[in-house]
Design a protein around this ligand. Sequence first.
Ligand code: FAD
Length: 414
Amino acid sequence: MNSYSGFSLVRHSLRGHRGWRRAWRNPQPKPHYDVVIIGAGGHGLATAYYLAGKHGVRKIAVLEKGYLGGGNSGRNTQVCRSNYFYPESAAFYEHSLKLFESLSADLNFNIMFSQRGCLELSHSLEELEMNRRWATAMTMNGIDSEVLGREEIHKLAPILDLDCRFPIVGGSIQRRAGISRHDAVVWAYARAASALGVDIIQDCEVLGFESGSGRIEGVKTNRGMIHAGQFALCVAGHSSVLAAMAGLRLPIESIALQAMVTEPLKPVLHTVVGSAAIHAYISQSDRGEIVIGGGAEPFNSYAQRGGIPALRDNASAVVELIPSFSRLRIMRQWAGICDISPDSSPIVGKSPVENLYLSTGWGTGGFKAIPAGGDTLAYTIACDRPHQLLQPFSLDRFATGRLIDEGAAAGVAH
Ligand SMILES: Cc1cc2nc3c(=O)[nH]c(=O)nc-3n(C[C@H](O)[C@H](O)[C@H](O)COP(=O)(O)OP(=O)(O)OC[C@H]3O[C@@H](n4cnc5c(N)ncnc54)[C@H](O)[C@@H]3O)c2cc1C
Protein backbone atom coordinates (compact mmCIF):
# COMPACT_ATOMS: atom_id res chain seq x y z
CA MET A 1 0.00 0.00 0.00
CA ASN A 2 1.34 3.45 -0.89
CA SER A 3 1.87 5.66 2.12
CA TYR A 4 -0.03 8.94 1.66
CA SER A 5 1.95 11.90 3.03
CA GLY A 6 3.32 15.27 1.98
CA PHE A 7 6.69 13.60 1.46
CA SER A 8 5.30 10.85 -0.82
CA LEU A 9 3.36 13.51 -2.78
CA VAL A 10 6.58 15.42 -3.47
CA ARG A 11 8.47 12.20 -4.29
CA HIS A 12 5.78 11.04 -6.76
CA SER A 13 5.52 14.49 -8.33
CA LEU A 14 9.20 14.20 -9.35
CA ARG A 15 8.17 11.15 -11.44
CA GLY A 16 5.11 12.85 -12.94
CA HIS A 17 2.77 10.96 -10.56
CA ARG A 18 3.15 7.79 -12.65
CA GLY A 19 4.30 5.55 -9.78
CA TRP A 20 1.17 5.46 -7.62
CA ARG A 21 -0.19 1.97 -7.01
CA ARG A 22 -3.92 1.24 -7.24
CA ALA A 23 -5.63 2.03 -3.95
CA TRP A 24 -7.19 -1.45 -3.75
CA ARG A 25 -6.83 -4.74 -5.62
CA ASN A 26 -9.44 -6.02 -8.06
CA PRO A 27 -9.36 -9.78 -7.35
CA GLN A 28 -11.32 -12.66 -8.87
CA PRO A 29 -13.71 -14.39 -6.43
CA LYS A 30 -12.37 -17.53 -4.75
CA PRO A 31 -14.65 -20.53 -4.13
CA HIS A 32 -14.31 -20.39 -0.33
CA TYR A 33 -13.77 -17.76 2.38
CA ASP A 34 -13.95 -17.69 6.17
CA VAL A 35 -16.31 -14.69 6.09
CA VAL A 36 -18.37 -13.28 3.22
CA ILE A 37 -19.75 -9.75 3.69
CA ILE A 38 -22.47 -8.70 1.26
CA GLY A 39 -22.42 -5.00 0.38
CA ALA A 40 -19.37 -2.77 -0.10
CA GLY A 41 -20.78 0.35 1.52
CA GLY A 42 -19.11 1.89 4.52
CA HIS A 43 -20.49 -0.71 6.95
CA GLY A 44 -19.43 -3.75 4.90
CA LEU A 45 -15.93 -2.39 4.26
CA ALA A 46 -15.39 -1.20 7.83
CA THR A 47 -16.52 -4.60 9.15
CA ALA A 48 -14.03 -6.32 6.82
CA TYR A 49 -11.23 -3.96 7.87
CA TYR A 50 -11.75 -4.50 11.62
CA LEU A 51 -12.25 -8.26 11.16
CA ALA A 52 -8.90 -8.49 9.40
CA GLY A 53 -7.04 -5.84 11.40
CA LYS A 54 -8.29 -6.43 14.95
CA HIS A 55 -9.33 -10.09 14.88
CA GLY A 56 -6.82 -11.58 12.43
CA VAL A 57 -9.44 -13.13 10.11
CA ARG A 58 -7.63 -13.33 6.78
CA LYS A 59 -9.94 -14.99 4.24
CA ILE A 60 -12.64 -12.33 3.85
CA ALA A 61 -14.59 -11.31 0.76
CA VAL A 62 -16.80 -8.25 0.39
CA LEU A 63 -19.28 -8.78 -2.48
CA GLU A 64 -20.74 -5.72 -4.17
CA LYS A 65 -23.34 -5.77 -6.93
CA GLY A 66 -22.24 -2.39 -8.33
CA TYR A 67 -19.20 -0.32 -7.42
CA LEU A 68 -17.97 0.21 -3.89
CA GLY A 69 -19.58 3.18 -2.19
CA GLY A 70 -22.30 3.35 -4.89
CA GLY A 71 -25.06 2.86 -2.28
CA ASN A 72 -26.04 5.24 0.48
CA SER A 73 -22.48 5.61 1.76
CA GLY A 74 -21.65 7.67 -1.32
CA ARG A 75 -25.01 9.48 -1.41
CA ASN A 76 -25.44 10.98 2.01
CA THR A 77 -25.07 14.49 3.38
CA GLN A 78 -22.06 13.51 5.53
CA VAL A 79 -23.26 14.69 8.95
CA CYS A 80 -21.40 13.04 11.85
CA ARG A 81 -22.63 13.61 15.39
CA SER A 82 -23.39 11.75 18.59
CA ASN A 83 -26.20 13.94 19.93
CA TYR A 84 -28.60 11.09 20.67
CA PHE A 85 -31.02 10.97 23.56
CA TYR A 86 -30.98 7.45 25.02
CA PRO A 87 -27.86 6.11 26.78
CA GLU A 88 -27.68 3.08 24.43
CA SER A 89 -27.53 5.27 21.31
CA ALA A 90 -25.31 7.87 22.96
CA ALA A 91 -22.69 5.24 23.88
CA PHE A 92 -22.73 3.72 20.39
CA TYR A 93 -22.61 6.97 18.36
CA GLU A 94 -20.06 8.55 20.69
CA HIS A 95 -17.78 5.53 20.09
CA SER A 96 -18.21 6.23 16.37
CA LEU A 97 -17.49 9.95 16.69
CA LYS A 98 -14.32 9.17 18.65
CA LEU A 99 -13.20 6.76 15.91
CA PHE A 100 -13.92 9.50 13.31
CA GLU A 101 -11.65 11.87 15.23
CA SER A 102 -8.59 9.72 14.55
CA LEU A 103 -9.71 7.96 11.35
CA SER A 104 -7.57 9.97 8.88
CA ALA A 105 -4.43 9.07 10.85
CA ASP A 106 -5.51 5.47 11.58
CA LEU A 107 -6.25 4.71 7.91
CA ASN A 108 -3.62 7.06 6.40
CA PHE A 109 -6.31 8.69 4.24
CA ASN A 110 -7.67 12.20 4.53
CA ILE A 111 -11.39 11.75 5.21
CA MET A 112 -11.78 15.56 5.46
CA PHE A 113 -13.38 15.34 8.91
CA SER A 114 -14.35 18.86 9.93
CA GLN A 115 -15.68 19.35 13.46
CA ARG A 116 -17.59 22.54 12.69
CA GLY A 117 -20.45 21.82 15.08
CA CYS A 118 -24.04 20.78 14.55
CA LEU A 119 -26.66 23.35 15.54
CA GLU A 120 -30.28 22.28 16.09
CA LEU A 121 -32.72 25.19 16.02
CA SER A 122 -35.79 25.73 18.19
CA HIS A 123 -38.68 27.77 16.80
CA SER A 124 -40.84 28.00 19.92
CA LEU A 125 -40.31 28.05 23.68
CA GLU A 126 -41.80 24.54 23.90
CA GLU A 127 -39.30 23.29 21.33
CA LEU A 128 -36.49 25.04 23.20
CA GLU A 129 -37.56 23.15 26.35
CA MET A 130 -37.32 19.88 24.41
CA ASN A 131 -33.91 20.95 23.12
CA ARG A 132 -32.82 21.68 26.69
CA ARG A 133 -34.03 18.23 27.80
CA TRP A 134 -32.12 16.64 24.92
CA ALA A 135 -28.94 18.63 25.74
CA THR A 136 -29.23 17.66 29.42
CA ALA A 137 -29.57 13.98 28.51
CA MET A 138 -26.43 14.29 26.40
CA THR A 139 -24.51 15.93 29.24
CA MET A 140 -25.64 13.12 31.57
CA ASN A 141 -24.34 10.64 28.98
CA GLY A 142 -20.94 12.42 28.99
CA ILE A 143 -21.35 14.05 25.56
CA ASP A 144 -20.65 17.71 24.84
CA SER A 145 -23.71 19.86 24.32
CA GLU A 146 -24.67 23.50 24.84
CA VAL A 147 -27.96 25.36 24.76
CA LEU A 148 -27.68 28.63 22.82
CA GLY A 149 -29.72 31.82 22.83
CA ARG A 150 -30.59 33.97 19.81
CA GLU A 151 -27.52 36.18 20.10
CA GLU A 152 -25.12 33.25 20.22
CA ILE A 153 -26.86 31.71 17.21
CA HIS A 154 -26.57 35.00 15.33
CA LYS A 155 -22.83 35.10 16.06
CA LEU A 156 -22.37 31.51 14.95
CA ALA A 157 -24.46 31.71 11.76
CA PRO A 158 -25.22 35.36 10.89
CA ILE A 159 -26.74 34.30 7.58
CA LEU A 160 -29.77 32.75 9.37
CA ASP A 161 -32.88 34.92 9.45
CA LEU A 162 -33.78 34.72 13.16
CA ASP A 163 -37.12 36.43 12.53
CA CYS A 164 -38.20 34.13 9.72
CA ARG A 165 -41.77 32.83 9.39
CA PHE A 166 -41.04 30.42 12.28
CA PRO A 167 -38.82 32.71 14.44
CA ILE A 168 -35.72 31.12 15.94
CA VAL A 169 -35.85 31.39 19.73
CA GLY A 170 -32.72 29.37 20.54
CA GLY A 171 -31.12 26.02 19.92
CA SER A 172 -28.48 23.55 21.00
CA ILE A 173 -25.12 22.67 19.56
CA GLN A 174 -22.72 19.76 19.69
CA ARG A 175 -19.43 21.43 18.80
CA ARG A 176 -17.50 18.18 18.20
CA ALA A 177 -20.00 17.15 15.51
CA GLY A 178 -19.45 18.03 11.87
CA ILE A 179 -19.06 16.55 8.42
CA SER A 180 -16.65 14.19 6.72
CA ARG A 181 -16.33 13.50 3.02
CA HIS A 182 -18.50 10.41 2.51
CA ASP A 183 -16.72 8.66 -0.35
CA ALA A 184 -13.33 9.30 1.26
CA VAL A 185 -14.51 7.27 4.28
CA VAL A 186 -15.50 4.41 1.97
CA TRP A 187 -12.25 4.60 -0.02
CA ALA A 188 -10.17 4.78 3.17
CA TYR A 189 -11.70 1.58 4.55
CA ALA A 190 -11.51 -0.16 1.14
CA ARG A 191 -7.82 0.66 0.75
CA ALA A 192 -6.93 -0.41 4.27
CA ALA A 193 -9.00 -3.62 4.09
CA SER A 194 -7.54 -4.56 0.71
CA ALA A 195 -4.01 -4.06 2.07
CA LEU A 196 -4.87 -6.55 4.85
CA GLY A 197 -5.80 -9.14 2.21
CA VAL A 198 -9.59 -8.62 2.04
CA ASP A 199 -10.95 -9.43 -1.45
CA ILE A 200 -13.32 -6.64 -2.50
CA ILE A 201 -15.25 -8.03 -5.45
CA GLN A 202 -17.28 -5.48 -7.39
CA ASP A 203 -19.90 -6.31 -10.05
CA CYS A 204 -20.76 -9.37 -7.98
CA GLU A 205 -24.46 -9.53 -7.13
CA VAL A 206 -25.77 -11.99 -4.56
CA LEU A 207 -28.82 -13.71 -6.08
CA GLY A 208 -29.61 -16.30 -3.41
CA PHE A 209 -28.33 -18.47 -0.57
CA GLU A 210 -27.54 -22.17 -0.33
CA SER A 211 -28.64 -23.39 3.10
CA GLY A 212 -28.53 -26.64 5.03
CA SER A 213 -29.27 -27.59 8.69
CA GLY A 214 -30.24 -24.05 9.70
CA ARG A 215 -27.00 -22.56 8.37
CA ILE A 216 -26.00 -20.71 5.23
CA GLU A 217 -23.47 -22.73 3.24
CA GLY A 218 -22.88 -20.38 0.35
CA VAL A 219 -24.11 -17.52 -1.80
CA LYS A 220 -25.18 -17.74 -5.41
CA THR A 221 -23.78 -14.80 -7.34
CA ASN A 222 -23.66 -13.68 -10.95
CA ARG A 223 -19.98 -14.71 -10.77
CA GLY A 224 -20.59 -18.21 -9.42
CA MET A 225 -21.10 -19.94 -6.09
CA ILE A 226 -19.06 -18.70 -3.10
CA HIS A 227 -18.92 -20.69 0.17
CA ALA A 228 -18.00 -19.42 3.62
CA GLY A 229 -18.25 -20.17 7.32
CA GLN A 230 -19.98 -16.90 8.24
CA PHE A 231 -21.99 -14.30 6.31
CA ALA A 232 -22.93 -10.69 7.02
CA LEU A 233 -25.66 -8.61 5.36
CA CYS A 234 -24.58 -4.97 5.00
CA VAL A 235 -26.96 -4.06 2.19
CA ALA A 236 -28.76 -0.89 3.21
CA GLY A 237 -31.81 -0.33 1.04
CA HIS A 238 -32.11 -4.04 0.23
CA SER A 239 -31.83 -5.73 3.63
CA SER A 240 -35.37 -7.15 3.46
CA VAL A 241 -34.77 -8.47 -0.06
CA LEU A 242 -31.58 -10.29 0.91
CA ALA A 243 -32.95 -11.45 4.28
CA ALA A 244 -36.00 -12.93 2.52
CA MET A 245 -33.64 -14.97 0.33
CA ALA A 246 -32.22 -16.41 3.58
CA GLY A 247 -35.72 -17.13 4.91
CA LEU A 248 -35.92 -14.15 7.32
CA ARG A 249 -38.59 -11.46 7.56
CA LEU A 250 -37.17 -8.19 8.90
CA PRO A 251 -39.18 -5.33 10.50
CA ILE A 252 -37.81 -2.90 7.92
CA GLU A 253 -39.36 -0.37 5.57
CA SER A 254 -37.39 0.92 2.59
CA ILE A 255 -37.86 4.58 1.72
CA ALA A 256 -36.02 6.93 -0.64
CA LEU A 257 -34.32 9.95 0.90
CA GLN A 258 -33.04 12.71 -1.31
CA ALA A 259 -30.47 15.46 -1.05
CA MET A 260 -29.22 18.26 -3.28
CA VAL A 261 -26.38 20.73 -3.65
CA THR A 262 -26.41 24.29 -4.92
CA GLU A 263 -23.85 26.15 -6.98
CA PRO A 264 -20.72 27.00 -4.95
CA LEU A 265 -20.51 30.14 -2.81
CA LYS A 266 -17.71 31.79 -0.86
CA PRO A 267 -17.74 30.52 2.77
CA VAL A 268 -21.01 31.72 4.35
CA LEU A 269 -22.05 28.91 6.67
CA HIS A 270 -19.52 27.62 9.18
CA THR A 271 -21.60 25.04 10.99
CA VAL A 272 -24.19 22.36 10.21
CA VAL A 273 -27.69 23.74 10.83
CA GLY A 274 -30.76 21.56 11.34
CA SER A 275 -34.36 22.31 12.13
CA ALA A 276 -36.72 19.50 13.10
CA ALA A 277 -39.75 21.83 12.88
CA ILE A 278 -38.98 23.18 9.42
CA HIS A 279 -37.60 19.74 8.53
CA ALA A 280 -34.39 20.57 6.74
CA TYR A 281 -30.68 20.66 7.44
CA ILE A 282 -27.84 22.36 5.63
CA SER A 283 -24.07 22.61 5.59
CA GLN A 284 -21.51 24.12 3.25
CA SER A 285 -19.04 21.72 1.68
CA ASP A 286 -15.35 22.51 1.26
CA ARG A 287 -16.13 23.16 -2.42
CA GLY A 288 -18.52 25.91 -1.36
CA GLU A 289 -21.72 24.12 -2.34
CA ILE A 290 -24.66 24.29 0.05
CA VAL A 291 -25.65 20.70 0.86
CA ILE A 292 -29.36 20.39 1.60
CA GLY A 293 -31.19 17.46 3.17
CA GLY A 294 -34.64 17.02 4.59
CA GLY A 295 -37.41 14.52 5.15
CA ALA A 296 -37.75 11.16 3.40
CA GLU A 297 -40.26 10.44 0.63
CA PRO A 298 -43.76 9.77 2.01
CA PHE A 299 -44.03 6.20 0.62
CA ASN A 300 -41.99 2.98 0.45
CA SER A 301 -40.00 2.38 -2.69
CA TYR A 302 -36.93 0.71 -4.13
CA ALA A 303 -36.59 3.42 -6.79
CA GLN A 304 -33.33 5.21 -6.12
CA ARG A 305 -34.65 8.66 -6.95
CA GLY A 306 -36.63 11.34 -5.17
CA GLY A 307 -39.79 13.10 -6.28
CA ILE A 308 -40.38 16.78 -6.99
CA PRO A 309 -42.68 17.38 -3.94
CA ALA A 310 -40.00 16.40 -1.39
CA LEU A 311 -37.38 18.39 -3.32
CA ARG A 312 -39.65 21.43 -3.27
CA ASP A 313 -40.40 21.01 0.46
CA ASN A 314 -36.70 20.71 1.35
CA ALA A 315 -35.74 23.72 -0.77
CA SER A 316 -38.54 25.91 0.56
CA ALA A 317 -37.71 24.94 4.16
CA VAL A 318 -34.14 26.18 3.66
CA VAL A 319 -35.35 29.40 2.09
CA GLU A 320 -37.46 30.01 5.24
CA LEU A 321 -34.25 29.98 7.29
CA ILE A 322 -32.04 31.83 4.81
CA PRO A 323 -34.15 33.88 2.36
CA SER A 324 -31.12 34.97 0.28
CA PHE A 325 -30.62 31.33 -0.73
CA SER A 326 -33.73 31.62 -2.90
CA ARG A 327 -31.43 33.01 -5.60
CA LEU A 328 -29.15 29.95 -5.61
CA ARG A 329 -29.32 27.42 -8.41
CA ILE A 330 -29.58 23.71 -7.60
CA MET A 331 -26.72 21.88 -9.34
CA ARG A 332 -27.38 18.25 -8.46
CA GLN A 333 -30.11 16.21 -6.78
CA TRP A 334 -30.04 12.51 -5.97
CA ALA A 335 -31.51 9.89 -3.62
CA GLY A 336 -30.66 6.70 -1.81
CA ILE A 337 -32.88 3.99 -0.33
CA CYS A 338 -32.89 3.89 3.46
CA ASP A 339 -33.88 0.85 5.52
CA ILE A 340 -35.87 2.15 8.47
CA SER A 341 -36.79 0.10 11.54
CA PRO A 342 -39.96 0.75 13.61
CA ASP A 343 -38.03 2.54 16.40
CA SER A 344 -35.61 4.39 14.04
CA SER A 345 -32.64 2.55 15.57
CA PRO A 346 -30.36 0.08 13.80
CA ILE A 347 -30.63 -3.70 13.95
CA VAL A 348 -27.11 -5.08 14.21
CA GLY A 349 -25.70 -8.40 15.32
CA LYS A 350 -26.69 -12.05 15.26
CA SER A 351 -29.76 -13.26 13.38
CA PRO A 352 -32.01 -16.31 13.87
CA VAL A 353 -29.90 -18.04 11.18
CA GLU A 354 -26.87 -19.43 13.02
CA ASN A 355 -24.05 -18.03 10.87
CA LEU A 356 -25.77 -14.96 9.37
CA TYR A 357 -25.15 -11.52 10.90
CA LEU A 358 -27.17 -8.36 10.26
CA SER A 359 -26.26 -4.69 9.83
CA THR A 360 -29.43 -2.88 8.88
CA GLY A 361 -31.99 -0.29 10.00
CA TRP A 362 -29.43 2.52 9.74
CA GLY A 363 -32.21 4.56 8.22
CA THR A 364 -31.26 8.09 7.32
CA GLY A 365 -28.36 8.24 9.81
CA GLY A 366 -25.93 5.37 9.32
CA PHE A 367 -23.01 7.26 7.78
CA LYS A 368 -21.92 8.58 11.15
CA ALA A 369 -22.15 5.02 12.47
CA ILE A 370 -19.75 3.45 9.97
CA PRO A 371 -16.63 3.19 12.20
CA ALA A 372 -18.52 1.92 15.26
CA GLY A 373 -20.82 -0.29 13.18
CA GLY A 374 -17.81 -1.94 11.53
CA ASP A 375 -15.85 -2.27 14.76
CA THR A 376 -18.69 -3.81 16.78
CA LEU A 377 -20.03 -6.08 14.02
CA ALA A 378 -16.49 -7.39 13.41
CA TYR A 379 -16.26 -8.26 17.13
CA THR A 380 -19.67 -9.96 17.00
CA ILE A 381 -18.68 -12.08 14.00
CA ALA A 382 -15.21 -12.95 15.32
CA CYS A 383 -16.42 -13.88 18.83
CA ASP A 384 -19.90 -15.06 17.78
CA ARG A 385 -21.42 -13.02 20.61
CA PRO A 386 -22.80 -9.47 20.49
CA HIS A 387 -20.42 -6.64 21.24
CA GLN A 388 -21.45 -4.91 24.46
CA LEU A 389 -22.46 -1.73 22.56
CA LEU A 390 -24.63 -3.78 20.20
CA GLN A 391 -26.60 -5.75 22.79
CA PRO A 392 -29.46 -3.20 22.90
CA PHE A 393 -29.67 -3.13 19.09
CA SER A 394 -30.46 -6.82 18.55
CA LEU A 395 -33.36 -7.99 16.40
CA ASP A 396 -35.17 -9.56 19.37
CA ARG A 397 -36.00 -6.13 20.85
CA PHE A 398 -39.08 -6.21 18.62
CA ALA A 399 -40.18 -9.34 20.49
CA THR A 400 -39.15 -8.21 23.99
CA GLY A 401 -40.41 -4.64 23.52
CA ARG A 402 -37.14 -3.01 24.69
CA LEU A 403 -37.28 -0.43 21.89
CA ILE A 404 -34.88 2.52 21.54
CA ASP A 405 -37.20 5.09 20.06
CA GLU A 406 -34.64 7.63 18.89
CA GLY A 407 -36.81 9.13 16.14
CA ALA A 408 -39.38 10.19 18.72
CA ALA A 409 -36.86 11.09 21.41
CA ALA A 410 -34.38 13.20 19.52
CA GLY A 411 -36.82 14.52 16.96
CA VAL A 412 -34.38 13.92 14.12
CA ALA A 413 -33.52 10.82 12.21
CA HIS A 414 -30.38 11.91 10.36
C1 FAD B 1 -29.72 11.42 0.82
C2 FAD B 1 -29.16 10.76 2.05
C3 FAD B 1 -28.62 11.55 3.06
C4 FAD B 1 -28.09 10.95 4.20
N1 FAD B 1 -27.47 11.74 5.12
C5 FAD B 1 -26.85 11.18 6.18
C6 FAD B 1 -26.11 11.99 7.08
O1 FAD B 1 -26.00 13.21 6.90
N2 FAD B 1 -25.51 11.40 8.14
C7 FAD B 1 -25.63 10.05 8.36
O2 FAD B 1 -25.09 9.58 9.36
N3 FAD B 1 -26.29 9.24 7.49
C8 FAD B 1 -26.90 9.77 6.41
N4 FAD B 1 -27.57 8.97 5.51
C9 FAD B 1 -27.67 7.53 5.75
C10 FAD B 1 -26.39 6.78 5.39
O3 FAD B 1 -25.96 7.18 4.11
C11 FAD B 1 -26.61 5.27 5.42
O4 FAD B 1 -27.25 4.90 6.62
C12 FAD B 1 -25.30 4.51 5.34
O5 FAD B 1 -24.51 4.99 4.29
C13 FAD B 1 -25.55 3.02 5.16
O6 FAD B 1 -24.32 2.41 4.89
P1 FAD B 1 -24.26 0.89 4.45
O7 FAD B 1 -22.85 0.52 4.29
O8 FAD B 1 -25.09 0.09 5.42
O9 FAD B 1 -25.07 0.84 3.08
P2 FAD B 1 -24.71 1.28 1.59
O10 FAD B 1 -23.65 2.30 1.54
O11 FAD B 1 -26.00 1.58 0.92
O12 FAD B 1 -24.10 -0.05 0.99
C14 FAD B 1 -24.87 -1.20 0.72
C15 FAD B 1 -24.30 -1.83 -0.53
O13 FAD B 1 -24.92 -3.10 -0.72
C16 FAD B 1 -24.94 -3.34 -2.12
N5 FAD B 1 -25.91 -4.40 -2.41
C17 FAD B 1 -27.26 -4.34 -2.33
N6 FAD B 1 -27.79 -5.52 -2.73
C18 FAD B 1 -26.76 -6.34 -3.06
C19 FAD B 1 -26.67 -7.68 -3.56
N7 FAD B 1 -27.77 -8.41 -3.81
N8 FAD B 1 -25.44 -8.19 -3.78
C20 FAD B 1 -24.32 -7.47 -3.55
N9 FAD B 1 -24.35 -6.19 -3.11
C21 FAD B 1 -25.55 -5.63 -2.87
C22 FAD B 1 -25.34 -1.99 -2.69
O14 FAD B 1 -24.99 -1.86 -4.04
C23 FAD B 1 -24.55 -1.02 -1.80
O15 FAD B 1 -23.32 -0.63 -2.36
C24 FAD B 1 -28.13 9.54 4.36
C25 FAD B 1 -28.69 8.73 3.35
C26 FAD B 1 -29.19 9.33 2.20
C27 FAD B 1 -29.78 8.47 1.13
